[in-house]
Design a protein. Structure first.
Length: 292
């Protein structure tokens, strides 16, 4: 008997969903930073076992406070991921359960198994607090399983994968055994650059900023990537470029090193900044930039 199916990873921002996906796959596919809503797209991470193939779906963090077209699209994507899956993992911070956790928990469809991952337990000093929290949440929501994990260290992540695999429908694998994701190298390049942008600039740059790959060339021994960083206003362009171009040079160096590790070979990366006011203000514009 072989099993194959989709496992959604959902939760509020900054609970470690993308770190969990990367840990499960064993490869950095989904970018991470301390900023909310770093993940903006549905990303499939493929885990192939002898008797099962698990297709993990990372999703944007469900945002309950901020508005705007971009957040509406991201929230819609987060809930759609849960609806489309065969199994859903709700990830929360193991140190506490918030109103935002409750909001998304009540919106997840219960037509298929729902597992709760109490993440970041390596940072919980008093482990005795985990049991009463798990018991209370089990009573309130009737999860199929509750698993304390640490996506950062890998604690009990393999057990979580196994619990998901048992609940998948029977079926043949949908991806080749060596596949890691459904996303193209072009997409992964834009995400890795955006991660460096968010990590370097933090709150200096509005969260609507993004990265657009204008050219991606795959040569025999080299990948050539030409990417535009989109900002909303002319003043923000100077923030990204920095004094004498110092900041964008550092950003390019860090992103290129990440891409060379990801692709396993040399990368030529050219970054520039474009002002594109209002690109995140409407659903139509967001779809044009690859948002579902």
């Amino acid at each position: 008997m072989h099993r194959c199916g989709y496992v959604a990873i959902v939760g509020r921002p900054n609970v470690g969903k993308s770190t969990l996906l990367n840990r499960m796959v064993g490869q950095k596919l989904s970018i991470t930073s301390d900023r909310p809503q770093t993940t903006r797209h549905r990303i499939v991470g493929v885990v192939t076992q002898p008797e099962a193939q698990l297709l993990f779906l990372d999703s944007p963090g469900y945002q309950t406070r901020a508005g705007g077209a971009l957040n509406r699209v991201l929230n819609r994507t987060a809930l759609q991921v849960a609806q489309d899956a065969d199994v859903t993992i709700l990830v929360c911070d193991g140190s506490h359960w918030s109103e935002a956790d409750e909001s998304i928990a009540r919106q997840i469809p219960r037509s298929h198994p729902l597992l709760l991952a109490l993440n970041k337990v390596d940072k919980v000093d008093d482990k005795a607090r985990l049991l009463p929290l798990a018991q209370r949440l089990q009573q309130d929501y009737q999860f199929d399983e509750i698993v304390p994990i640490s996506a950062r260290t890998g604690r009990q992540v393999d057990e979580l994968i196994e619990l998901c695999a048992r609940r998948l429908p029977e079926g043949p694998p949908l991806f080749a055994a060596d596949a890691l994701t459904d996303r193209s190298e072009r997409f992964l390049a834009s995400e890795m650059i955006r991660e460096k942008l968010f990590r370097q600039l933090g709150d200096e740059l509005p969260y609507q900023s993004t990265v657009e790959i204008e050219r991606f060339e795959e040569l025999p021994r080299l990948r050539r990537v030409f990417a535009a960083i989109l900002v909303e206003r002319e003043a923000q362009k100077g923030i990204v470029v920095g004094r004498g171009g110092e900041r964008i040079r550092r950003l390019s160096q860090e992103a290129r090193a990440e891409l060379e590790q990801l692709f396993g070979g040399p990368v030529y990366l050219e970054l520039f900044v474009k002002v594109k006011s209002g690109w995140a203000d409407s659903d139509a514009s967001l779809r044009a930039h690859g948002y579902e």
